[in-house]
Design a protein around this ligand. Sequence first.
Ligand code: C2E
Ligand code: SIN
Ligand code: SIN
Ligand code: SIN
Ligand code: FE
Ligand code: FE
Length: 411
Amino acid sequence: MLTEKEKIETLTRLVIELNQVSDLDILMEHILSQARRFVNADAGSIYIAEGRMLQFTYTQNDTLQKRLAKGEKLIYSTFTLPIDEQSIAGYVAATGQPLNIPDVYEIAPTEPYNFSKEFDEASRYTTRSVLTIPLKSARGDLLGILQIINAQDEDHQVIPFSDKDEKMMLHFASIAAVALERAQMTRAIILRMIRMAELRDPKETGAHVNRVGGVAVEIYEQWALKRGLSQKEIDTNRDILRMAAMLHDVGKVAISDLILKKPGRFNNDEFEIMKQHTILGAQLFRGRQSDFDDAASQVAFTHHERWDGKGYPGYVDIQSGSPLPDHIAPDGSPLGKKGEEIPIFGRIVALADVYDALSSARIYKEAWEQSEVLDTIEKEAGYHFDPDLVEIFFSSIDVIRSIQQRYSESE
Ligand code: C2E
Ligand code: SIN
Ligand code: SIN
Ligand code: SIN
Ligand code: FE
Ligand code: FE
């Protein structure tokens, strides 16, 4: 448990740390882990406000996590609640006031809100003390709800949250809200960039890029853990990779609608033009002003390379698109990058992109059955895809499925 002095120090460091995270999902993880650490809470959730509803977006639970095998992730389903006085989170959202409940099974019948027992019943978990805090923007708009559950003493006995905890959390929430609002804006800008470009059916695109980003990050994390990278390095890379992966096809903005939206199969010439989207995307981030620009450029450039060297665009100059000397095949075309010549982010996004493309309907194809998709991915290990990544993919398949489902509706 943190001492008071450590808490003050941590809070100061947190301002800096939270402001370094740009991606929304990863930020929510940080906010929740830190909030829980402050008040030694077993579990917690974040709800994001969407109009008159609250979307249950992210959750952590140490007790349930301990029931899983090491490295396995807690899988949860998202749901929405109306912003009204009937639920605890809804009440806090509606009134804008925090709520500190010592025991949710002993809420006075005179209170307007109820604790809903479904989650406890389904997960065989017992919620007791619950501290619920609104996350408000600098302008006072409601961004969401931070809920922390089951404060614990040194012996892991569940105790109520103290007044001190509540004050600390209010302060914490105001810091977190600033970072959250900024990350929401970054996410919105990325989605708008993609939508503006009308890459495809506007209903499909937001969900597609979110899924590719989510799946890519999941694969990266397992890959990096296997290699013993530090958690700090992993966190930084996850943040960068998610946004870069979301922008993998941004070069399609420069491809004519006649080709992009062709309802049928491409002929050779059309496909040659489409292949340019890799180079065009890489050029957009050519400035190389930050690690993010670097990663985004690399992902756009290499996400259609293949492990066996038969992908595209291969060894070409990003500016001119012409083959690099020493990397030219006898027929004059550029040689493909192969194996670990392809940067890890490109190898990961290749897998995440094809998985999503095969699983979804496109203007030129129907969605495939999940079993066919998985068969193809398995068969392509060592051909299209890095075999190590395919192995990780299958060992994380439940988490990957839950990411697919989370972003199934149009965004
Ligand atoms: P995308 O739709 O996001 O597909 C990404 C990758 O998934 C494809 O890269 C390919 O490796 C794989 N993929 C998707 N659908 C199928 C499929 O039905 N069969 C097989 N074998 N693989 C599939 P690829 O081929 O380099 O294509 C890049 C992008 O070009 C695609 O992105 C899509 O936007 C477009 N595209 C490719 N072929 C066609 C086509 O015949 N018609 C149209 N309208 N667009 C196409
Ligand atoms: C995500 O943040 O969407 C992917 C990781 C997870 O599902 O926990
Ligand atoms: C990594 O290996 O951790 C990322 C390297 C890259 O940007 O490809
Ligand atoms: C690929 O991974 O090469 C696409 C799927 C297929 O070739 O059937
Ligand atoms: Fe692509
Ligand atoms: Fe794609």
